[in-house]
Design a protein around this ligand. Sequence first.
Ligand code: ADP
Ligand code: GLC
Length: 449
Amino acid sequence: MRVAFVASEAFPLAKVGGLADVVGSLPQALRRLGVEPTVFLPWYWGIEAYYVGEVGFRFAGKEERAGIGHAEHRGVRYVLLGLGDFARDRVYGYPDDFRRFVRFALAVAELLRDFEVVHAHDWQAALLPLLRNLGWFSGRTVYTIHNLAYQGVWNPEEFYAWTGLPGETYYGAGLEHHGSVNLMKAGIVNADAVTTVSPRYAWEITTPEGGEGLDGVLRAHQGKLRGILNGLDTEYWNPATDPYLPFNYDANNLLGKTRNKSALKAELGLEDRPTLGVVSRFVYQKGIDLIAQAVEGLLDLGVNLVVLGSGEAELEHTFSRLSAQHRGRLAYVQGYHEALAHRIYAGADAFLMPSRFEPCGLAQLIAMRYGTPPIVRAVGGLLDTVRHWETGFMFETADAGGILHGVREFLKHPDLEAVARSAMRQDFSWENPARAYQHLYQRLLGQPA
Ligand code: ADP
Ligand code: GLC
């Protein structure tokens, strides 16, 4: 079975957050089950691939050509689309993001004829199920929502001028939402199946509180919506072999973990106190502002804080200021740092994740795999993956009080080593979720599972 994955990120080629982890590892797991996946990505600046030719597509009434690159990572085939607008140093955050990803989708659509299933991820690929329904290619379509907060919204005038799609698709094919084009909505309406990344989030997004304005649409299509929990690349995220760690360890021997804790404190100049780790994009979703509000209270409880992340400038400034103010107790490192992230997962005593909403969350899974109990808000995928007092700690309210409550629970647990061990002994692999995706593909193709 040939399956095309279409997305904006895949680790290690291009990563901003968890989407890259999923698109970089689920295809490998599917391959082990006999599925033949190919991943389509924009050819971002710096990705090494073999130039194999060009594909023509129409954009804004003109014939355009995109370069095609081929690459392979851990047995998975990648096809990179060379569209000038992607040769920039970041993945997103440009004023023309919508236009860039529409061009990407239009170009990719020209390469999908040989695939039985097209699996599109998030708004950047959400146009594809609609293009299939217009007869551009013929595979079954799966649309996965990794984050309903980013929907790909634009004005219809430019959208139709760029794509040349028939005007009746605006109302007739689900593109219109509150007077704008909404690609997320079109993905949901037109795909054969819609999945999201945890069962709890699959339910939350059908409610007005969690639906980001699309709950009505999701309720109308609930029959084809389901939550499949993400897995982890457990070979890559493995404390027993992780080359980024000063000391390797496993659930049977946590001595290495203790040494990583000391090493992390020494590296960041922190006092000898329990250390809470944070590795995150700095956005509203993650409740980073709530951590800032809780800082004084946290330090009063006798813990250190290590924060790695970047995003909204105001939050970056706040943490730079806080770390200058609380030297020795609060360390903030701005930016994206793969190696340091690993050392924090391994070297923190607990991992803090006070998300306002969380479709799945991989950071808490990684923390558990590294024996670092996550302290999380009871929401979305966090609720589906953390067991309070057994594998981590949970709190209810999205505010400083909630965070402090969660940390107090952590501090009063009598046997944190048992928590670390239970956390580490769980199965976070892709094996079961990959099978769930395979069965879904088979069902859509009318094949016996
Ligand atoms: P999201 O996708 O919403 O950002 P997830 O928890 O699903 O949240 O995934 C986040 C991924 O990005 C994890 O692999 C995490 O380690 C990684 N990550 C986030 N911020 C950083 C950073 N500043 N440096 C390194 N890795 C990061
Ligand atoms: C999104 C979500 C995160 C999820 C990731 C991978 O970035 O915010 O919760 O884990 O996608 O599915």
